[in-house]
Design a protein around this ligand. Structure first.
Ligand SMILES: CC(C)(COP(=O)(O)OP(=O)(O)OC[C@H]1O[C@@H](n2cnc3c(N)ncnc32)[C@H](O)[C@@H]1OP(=O)(O)O)[C@@H](O)C(=O)NCCC(=O)NCCS
Length: 341
């Protein structure tokens, strides 16, 4: 099967639909509890990037039938070139697995990543799926592990949650910001995020946070263009007006029943006042009203982050799967894949 470079921005709609079928067949096979994706802003999700970043994609499509009908897309890979790393995402339709297509797609993306001058390549790998054996066989190393946890909103005890939302230390208050932080708070918000960057948690940062105000604005703009709606709860220290804490949840148009928790940060000087718990509890209340279709929230935590895991458990999050970051040196990977044909 031929692999060809593919531009989701200009691809025929039928190809976007065919790719969605492959993605959903992959979910059904590998992650049956996850919601299927829908074709809402999927083209934009696949094409929009931050300024300075590039995403290059390829597809493997079955040959056209005798009457000229396009064949289905059976494989897709994209590499996001950001900073000094290429981050890949690959999917092979379950009916076309174990035929060497995944390896061929990785070889294509790795060669290009090498030519573009990038030295390392990374991928998110979900525990308990074929991707673990696949990346291992290709010589990637496991570099980082997190736990994904899921909260079903139908299991939430809203009365207890209400108490948690109120349980914040004196001198702080919470603000709910649908769509992103208000412009007058962008700088304080970026400062709070920068502080977290100083804490080296060993994470590869496949989803890098935004530390300076302009990058933060760009990042919010990119999220909106990709159909991912951010909701933020801020904890403000009243005497200084500083952002003492923040929590971010994104509701993607592609799977609006399950939201993704992004960063949660409580500044070093503001720990011990119940801010983490109160912000997250308030967020769940707000989401219940703002997003009536939402039924679950998923979050990722380092296993060492005990404080946050405890709060998540109190809120009702249930550990679901291990989530790994795998990495490889691009030159070595290209060499290995070329050598193995
Ligand atoms: C991981 C994935 C891309 C592999 O695609 P593939 O085309 O089947 O991979 P290949 O045939 O090129 O396999 C290459 C090697 O990887 C290893 N491998 C692949 N699948 C494996 C599995 N299920 N178990 C163990 N090893 C595996 C094998 O060593 C294989 O070589 P072999 O078949 O000669 O033994 C595919 O399973 C996939 O799309 N998974 C979904 C990825 C994902 O992110 N899913 C989440 C939502 S869709």
């Amino acid at each position: 099967m031929k692999v060809r470079e593919w531009d989701p921005r200009t691809a025929p709609s039928a190809e976007i639909v065919s790719l969605l079928d492959a993605i959903n067949a992959g979910f059904a096979a590998d992650l049956p509890e996850d919601p299927l994706w829908q074709n809402d802003l999927l083209r934009e999700y696949l094409s929009e990037v931050m300024p300075g970043e590039r995403r290059i994609s390829w597809i493997a499509q079955e040959e056209p039938s005798a009457d000229g009908q396009q064949g289905p897309i059976l494989g897709h890979i994209q590499v996001l070139l950001l900073g000094d790393i290429g981050v890949i995402e690959v999917v092979v339709h379950p009916t076309a697995r174990r035929l060497g297509l995944g390896r061929k797609l990785i070889a294509t993306a790795a060669r290009r990543t090498y030519q573009e001058g990038f030295r390392s390549i990374g991928a998110e790998v979900i525990g308990g799926t074929p991707a673990v054996g696949f990346y291992g066989a290709l010589g990637f190393a496991q570099e980082y592990v997190e736990t994904r946890s899921v909260l079903g909103l139908s299991t939430v005890d809203w009365a207890t949650l209400g108490e948690m939302a109120k349980g914040i230390g004196a001198g702080y208050h919470l603000e709910f910001c649908p769509g992103g932080p208000p412009d007058e708070l962008i700088e304080a918000y970026a400062r709070a995020k920068a502080e977290m960057r100083d804490i080296d948690d060993g994470d590869l940062d496949l989803r890098p946070s935004s530390y300076d105000p302009q990058r933060l604005r760009d990042s919010l703009g990119c999220l909106h263009r990709r159909g991912m709606k951010p909701y933020i709860v801020l904890a403000i220290e009243e005497k200084t007006g500083e952002v003492a804490g923040l929590t971010e949840v994104v509701v993607p148009a592609q799977h609006p029943t399950r939201a993704d928790q992004y960063d949660t940060i409580v500044g070093q000087d503001h720990r011990g006042y119940g801010i983490d718990r109160a912000m997250k509890a308030r967020m769940l209340f707000e989401l219940r009203t703002a997003e009536p279709k939402l039924s679950e929230v998923q979050t990722w935590n380092a296993q060492a982050n005990e404080a946050m895991l405890t709060v998540n458990a109190e809120l009702g999050f249930q550990p679901d799967r291990e989530w790994f970051e795998y990495g490889a040196d691009v030159a070595e990977l290209v060499h290995r894949l070329d050598a193995s044909g």
